[in-house]
Design a protein around this ligand. Structure first.
Ligand code: MTE
Length: 416
């Protein structure tokens, strides 16, 4: 799967550079300029330790301080707030990543338009929510995780500048999504044998970059192979209608891929017989930097592997007392089969106890016991291994936009 995805991406990149692929809504000149800017202009350092704003403009749900850290238009889940919450992230604790603001959409007025020359007879077909609900429903537990989750550790652990939201590890949540298979909807719309790409687009406002370039509405092409595999059009999250901030009334859910693929508030889906590009798979969501070609890596697809303690950074723990510490680990490549922890900055490691079987597209909860021997500062580490045998490394190869951080995170605590 991974091989065919990257082969696909490499082919699209060559086609786009050769002028054979369409960069939807953005001129080729702009695309090249943006690509160059992303690859060569370097990156502004992340402002670490900037005090969080009191509220995120454009997010509808309450963001109490004990559950969220607000970062610009986004809200990061505090991992400590997940302790004891069960496998699925409650909707009121699920992180929010908004390019602009949550739109107010009425489910009864909403319709999805499926269109493009990848449909038979180049048709345009509308589906209301009632139409979707008549199709067979599917329920799937899966994480949504931002490609930049963990980005701040490039700076704080590796002393490397990166641009973008300074997430710690809370730009992830796992929910039980219910909806219909995108494959069923495309089948009903009449998929032509010429179709190659599928481009879902959100109904939120146009995204304008800091330098004033209007990139249009959030959209990112998906290869048809993935679209027909396990992608859902989800209308429920953890048994409730999709909340406004998470895509009400319908979002795309692309299991195991970076969060940008899971377009919220989807309004239309273009099915194309020619290869498609948007800024979200050209200048964003590729890896740029010294280790990568000038045009960047292939567009990012699967998420990487990570672990997080359900503790605040610099948490106080009583010395001489046994504590039960908990956390979660996950991987986009498969379930997590082993988690090792260290309470002495990585000198010694032991296995954590896993509380879930390895689950594709999800995480495992784990626990360990620790008695801080004496008051003072300590560094906790957790390191996961997934079903493919991949283990979290000590460092992540740098990329300018700080995507796919997978290294073991150093978690400071104080024994008091
Ligand atoms: N879809 C639209 N329409 N607009 C957005 O800003 N953000 C994307 C994706 N889908 C976004 C979107 C990104 S970058 C992520 S990580 C996920 O939504 C976040 O989903 P959540 O806010 O439900 O956690």
């Amino acid at each position: 799967m991974r091989t065919s995805e990257s082969a696909y991406d490499r082919r699209r990149l060559r086609q786009w550079l050769a002028g054979e692929a369409r960069a939807d809504g953005v001129s080729r000149r702009d695309m090249l300029r943006l690509l160059a800017a992303a690859g060569l202009a370097g990156a502004a350092p992340v402002a670490l330790g900037t005090p969080a704003a009191a509220a995120a403009p454009g997010i509808v749900k309450p963001l109490p301080d004990d559950r969220f850290t607000v970062r610009g238009t986004n809200a990061e889940t505090r991992f400590a707030a997940l302790a004891g919450t069960g496998y699925h992230t409650p909707n009121d604790r699920f992180f929010v990543r908004n390019h602009t603001a949550t739109p107010t959409l009425s489910a009864s007025d909403w319709a999805l338009t499926v269109h493009g020359d990848g449909l038979t007879r180049d048709r345009t077909v509308d589906f209301t929510l009632a139409d979707l609900r008549k199709l067979p429903s599917v329920t799937h537990s899966a994480f949504v995780e931002c490609a930049g989750n963990g980005r701040s550790f490039f700076t704080s652990q590796q002393r490397q500048p990166v641009s973008g939201t300074a997430w710690t590890l809370g730009a992830i949540g796992v929910a039980r999504w219910r909806g219909v298979r995108l494959a069923d909807v495309l089948g009903r719309a009449g998929l032509s044998r010429r179709a190659v790409d599928v481009l879902p687009r959100g109904l939120d406002a146009d995204y304008v970059t800091d330098d004033g370039t209007n990139l249009g509405r959030v959209r990112r092409p998906l290869p048809l192979s993935k679209a027909l595999d396990d992608v859902l059009l989800a209308y429920e999250m953890n048994g409730e209608p999709l909340p406004p901030d998470h895509g009400h009334p319908v979002r795309v859910l692309v299991p195991s891929w970076i969060g940008i693929a899971s377009v919220k508030w989807v309004g239309d889906i273009e099915v194309s017989a020619e290869p498609l590009y948007s800024p979200w798979n050209t200048d964003f969501y590729r890896l740029f930097g010294d280790a990568y070609p000038d045009e960047g890596s292939a567009p990012l697809t699967r998420q990487t592997i990570k672990s997080a303690w359900e503790l605040d950074g610099q948490a106080d723990l009583r010395a001489g007392v046994a504590h039960r510490l908990t956390g979660r680990s996950w991987s986009g490549a498969g379930g997590v089969v082993r988690v090792e922890v260290s309470t002495d900055s990585g000198t010694t490691w032991r296995a954590a106890r896993l509380h879930d079987a390895p689950r594709r597209d999800g995480w495992v909860r784990w626990s360990t016991h620790w008695r801080p021997p004496a008051p003072g500062p300590y560094t906790l580490l957790a390191r996961a291994t997934d079903t493919t045998g991949r283990t979290q490394p000590e460092a992540t190869v740098h990329n300018t936009q700080g995507y796919l951080f997978d290294a073991v995170v150093r978690h400071p605590v104080n024994a008091v």
